[in-house]
Design a binder for this molecule. Structure first.
Ligand code: GLN
Length: 329
């Protein structure tokens, strides 16, 4: 059956209006949710306003939807692990990265002091051990200023050199002894090099980068779009790397909730203890939520609910047979 181009445009506009309306409704509905607690593992994170709440989406044609506290910045935290992993794959190649960091999801907490004994690697790049091993690769010989290189990487995604929250960075450094324990264990096993403090400094800096919800949705859209920025058309991250990023996000992105998430939401995603969640929908765009109250696993409570409901209402699950962008017109 032939469908006139105008009908396609009308249908797309109708879908976009429906989606924007849904985001508004979900924001209103979940503003009343006060379940969960803000992260308190460092004093600075405990001072954020727990009621802040925002939802955003950026589609592959550059259309943007943003609701709530869209200008509120927060620290990106573990979402940085996905971007750092992409940079390591670009710079060092898959084989070298795979020597140190595996791709298996764990049932353990993100900050578990656990390595893969059989292969002598960090389990995956989304748990702290893996992210620290990645930071070690990115701060290795030949990199003059790893923190600046990391900020330059962010600049490709965000269109600006990001600020690093100095208090969070300092506080992570002062109180991050669990991460220090993970790093020294990896040093003892020969997984990372001896410059543990500068590796950790990079890891803490990448976690302390300030973003807003639209930044997260933009990051999601870029990765979903196989590395191409939907607005500028720039190749932000290598095309071949994005397949690995999407896979790891689907299998390991939501900590030890990843299995339930894949089952119920079905969108490759990454969360951080700052309260952000970014989702990446190949063929569609990026989706993000920000709300600082976390569940016991460390995922934003309102964020989870928003993603669950949007995915169900809009048939976003990757394997949903009725996923709209699967259908050929
Ligand atoms: N900076 C945090 C940590 O290292 C990041 C963890 C997270 O967002 N889950 O513990």
């Amino acid at each position: 059956m032939n469908v006139a181009p105008q009908d396609h445009a009308d249908e797309r506009e109708r879908q976009q209006r429906w989606f924007a309306q849904l985001c508004d409704d979900l924001h209103r509905k979940h503003s009343a949710d006060t379940d969960g607690h803000v992260a308190t593992y460092i004093p600075e994170l405990a001072t954020v306003d727990p009621d802040r709440f925002a939802i955003a989406a950026v589609t592959l044609d550059g259309t943007r939807v943003a609701v709530g506290d869209v200008e509120q910045t927060f620290t990106i935290q573990s979402i940085s692990k996905l971007l750092a992993y992409g940079l390591a794959l670009e710079v060092h190649g898959r084989d070298r990265v795979l020597e140190r960091v595996g791709v298996a999801p764990t049932g353990d907490r993100f900050n578990a002091i656990v390595l893969d004994d059989a292969t002598n690697r960090a389990p995956n790049p989304m748990v702290n051990a893996g992210a620290i091993a990645i930071a070690d690769l990115l701060s290795g010989p030949g990199v003059d200023d790893p923190v600046e290189s990391m900020r330059a990487m962010y600049e490709r995604y965000l269109g600006r050199r990001p600020e690093i929250d100095p208090d969070v960075w300092a506080s992570e450094r002062e109180t991050g002894n669990r991460n220090r324990a993970i790093a020294y264990l990896m040093l003892s096993r020969g997984i990372i090099g001896p410059d543990v403090e500068s590796t950790l400094d990079l890891y803490f800096a990448q976690c302390s980068v300030l973003v807003d919800v639209v930044d997260l949705a933009t990051i999601g859209a870029i990765i979903a779009n196989h590395g191409v920025h939907p607005v500028t058309g720039a190749q932000v991250v290598a095309r071949e790397v994005t397949r690995d990023l999407l896979t790891i996000a689907l299998t390991c992105g939501m900590y030890n909730y990843a299995g339930e998430w894949a089952y119920s939401v079905g969108i490759p995603a990454k969360s951080g203890v700052g309260g952000g969640i970014v989702g990446m929908l190949p063929g569609a765009g990026g989706l993000a939520a920000f709300s600082p109250r976390l569940d016991p696993i460390g995922n934003s409570v309102r964020g989870l609910r928003v993603f669950e409901e949007l995915s169900a209402e809009f048939e976003m699950h990757l394997f949903d047979p009725d996923r709209p962008w699967h259908r050929t017109p």
